[in-house]
Design a protein around this ligand. Structure first.
Ligand SMILES: [Zn+2]
Length: 159
């Protein structure tokens, strides 16, 4: 069996066969993989695609968009999120991230984890699926935003 590493640690319990996942999840992963083709990443050459499903069933996609002024760059996850938000969709029910790394899966950066956590419905978790675009048979890391960011910052907690 091929060993899978997540941030350097072996993790197989949450890694599943793509074909065993719900068709709605497969659709989300496919949308993220297609969005990855639009990545603008001349500096890192690391293309990422993301897709977010909102509570009305709509899928919003995004890719990473870099800039010569590096701090102005934006990740694929937040690109997808701001597209949904700017269309008035604030309830995220699932997210997929697709990128190619030889070992392990690409999960959202800390900023994106925090950003996404704000748009879980009533504090419910957002399932998150990390996949690679090409490796077959396709395996998928099945996790969630709150698993990736326990005890996230919430301004509302103080009220
Ligand atoms: Zn990010």
């Amino acid at each position: 069996m091929t060993q899978v590493y997540i941030n350097g640690a072996r993790d197989e319990a949450n890694v599943r066969d793509h074909d065993s996942l719900d068709v709605s999840v497969q659709e989300l992963i496919r949308a993220a993989a297609e969005a990855r083709n639009n990545a603008y990443c001349p500096y890192s050459n690391f293309a990422v695609g993301a897709a977010i499903r909102t509570s009305d069933g709509t899928i919003y996609t995004g890719c990473n968009i870099e800039n010569g002024a590096y701090a102005a760059s934006i990740c694929a996850e937040r690109t997808a999120a701001v597209k949904a938000l700017s269309e008035g969709k604030r309830e995220f029910i699932a997210c997929a991230v697709v990128a190619q790394q030889e070992k392990g899966f690409t999960t959202p950066c800390g900023v994106c984890r925090q950003f996404l956590s704000e748009f879980a419905i009533n504090g419910k978790d957002i399932p998150l699926y990390a996949a690679k675009p090409t490796n077959l048979p396709l395996r998928v890391l099945c996790t969630s935003v709150l698993q990736l960011l326990p005890n996230s910052f919430s301004f509302l907690n103080g009220k």
